[in-house]
Design a protein around this ligand. Structure first.
Ligand SMILES: [Fe+2]
Length: 467
């Protein structure tokens, strides 16, 4: 009796194992990552990161093999922003696969799991930025292993629960640049450097819920310049075809790899997001004969030109042009730093008021706070959403700005709102052609402030959120 029961139990276990194995074979392997990025004209590209051969993708019932975008490779070590003693060659242990989803695609799936697809009109947009866990030589490291101190995964889950139809990341994905120091328990065991293990820990794993929720617009940050995470940027995230020489693998090609054309993602109903690559812009104005001047001016000109093709324009680039950062001066007092001077200088030569009237709202990150500015004159509103995981900037911003505080000469602030030392995400819900309802959410998704955008103007309910 006992033996028969055991025998039956083993059979049941074997059957269960077979069932699980069959289910697992169909499901997306847990080490793999899948996402959809939108590029020029809203072209949706499905991407898949895997150690296996590129999988099939089923698009509206037809099966296709995904194309290889980038093979697994251990790239030769290149000079980086990190000291040589804290650098290593970037190892990309997985291959990146991709497939262009035709316009009007209703459904797409890989291994039986559905992918988010593009829409004609986007009405519910999540905006996040600056999401990696900061480990940098010579500085106290962020406690990457503690979700309280590195909450990107929780923020991604909360943002997914809001059910966006689009996600915009305003740049800076990779922050684990150097080894975790021995004396800092919060980041022990973390991968580091610019290879795929760091990318997975800093981005693909914590972002998973939000990558499944909606297609993304991916803006490039300075952490994705060629001297930092640029190799991964081109392999994984940039929406356009990968070009040899524009991949940040060789420093001699960095002038190509560090810059790229601007493009527009239509949101429907004559609204769009124009995306500009400012990864390699310095803080201070460039000399006229610096080759970067020409490259950045071309990107800005393209971006501004693109804004003439829609009635409502978000302009997204990583470095805020019309926002403030705060820092402690020599006397220990908090001081305000203006917007990026190099971009301001280039824009000033193109346009009075820095931007044409077609630009309504600037979306940026880089400063690790949430911030909103509305202007008295002919300037677009500026929003900063660099508060979604990376160690926060904690120097306080004033609740009310001094009367002479201007993020760019002549830009007179009419309304200013901020949240310093609070992690979260921002949402924008379209009300009509010119109006969007903005909410600021904490890491769990609780709304802590609300704002309205109306044309170029914006205003928030609360001037400042105390953490
Ligand atoms: Fe940045």
């Amino acid at each position: 009796m006992h033996n028969r029961s055991l025998h039956f139990g083993l059979h049941a276990l074997a059957a269960l194992w077979l069932l699980c194995a069959a289910t697992t074979a169909r499901a997306t392997p847990t080490d793999d990552s899948v996402w959809v990025v939108l590029g020029p004209q809203g072209q949706a590209v499905a991407r898949y990161l895997t150690s296996q051969p590129c999988p099939d993708i089923v698009v509206d019932g037809s099966t296709h093999r995904m194309h290889l975008r980038a093979a697994a490779a251990l790239e030769a070590q290149r000079p980086t922003a990190s000291p040589a003693s804290a650098s290593k060659a970037a190892n990309f242990a997985q291959r990146t696969c991709e497939f262009d989803l035709p316009a009007g695609t209703h459904s797409a799936s890989i291994h039986g799991s559905n992918l988010p697809v593009a829409h004609d009109s986007y009405r519910r947009i999540v905006v996040i930025g600056d999401t990696g866990c900061r480990i940098k030589s010579g500085e106290p490291a962020q406690a990457c292993n503690d979700p309280q101190h590195y909450p990107f995964a929780a923020i991604a889950r909360a943002a997914a629960r809001w059910h966006p139809d689009l996600v915009v990341h305003v740049g800076d994905y990779l922050y684990r640049e150097n080894p975790c120091p021995d004396n800092q328990p919060g980041c022990q065991g973390s991968p580091w450097g610019y290879g795929s293990d760091s990318w997975r820990a800093d981005f693909f794993t914590p972002a998973r819920a939000l990558l499944q929720a909606a297609p993304w617009v991916m803006v490039r940050g300075n952490h994705e310049s060629c001297q930092r995470g640029g190799q991964g940027w081109w392999r994984f995230l940039d929406p356009r075809p990968l070009q040899a020489g524009r991949d940040c693998n060789l420093a001699s090609n960095d002038m190509r790899g560090n810059f790229s054309d601007s493009y527009a993602v239509p949101l429907g109903d004559s609204a769009q997001i124009v995306v500009m690559d400012s990864a390699a812009v310095p803080r201070q104005p460039l000399e006229a004969d610096d080759p970067r001047t020409q490259a950045l001016r071309a990107s800005l000109e393209q971006a501004l030109q693109l804004t003439h093709q829609a009635q409502f324009n978000f302009l997204a680039n990583h470095h805020p042009v019309l926002g403030f950062a705060a820092f402690y001066g020599h006397d220990g007092q908090a001081e305000l730093a203006p917007g990026n001077s190099a971009l301001q200088a280039l824009l000033r030569k193109m346009q009075t008021g820095l931007y044409p009237a077609s630009v309504d709202v600037l979306l940026s990150g880089h400063v690790h706070v949430w911030e909103q500015l509305d202007f008295a004159g002919t300037y677009p509103s500026q929003f900063i959403a660099g508060f979604s995981g990376t160690q926060e900037d904690i120097v306080p911003l004033p609740a009310h700005l001094p009367p002479d505080a201007q993020p760019a000469p002549g830009a007179q602030v009419a309304h200013f709102s901020s949240w310093v030392n609070g992690f979260g995400f921002m949402t924008m819900q379209r009300r009509d052609n010119q109006r969007w309802d903005v909410q600021i959410h904490d890491r769990e998704g609780k709304v802590v402030n609300t704002c309205t955008i109306e044309g170029r103007h914006s205003q928030c309910k609360r001037d400042q959120i105390e953490d």
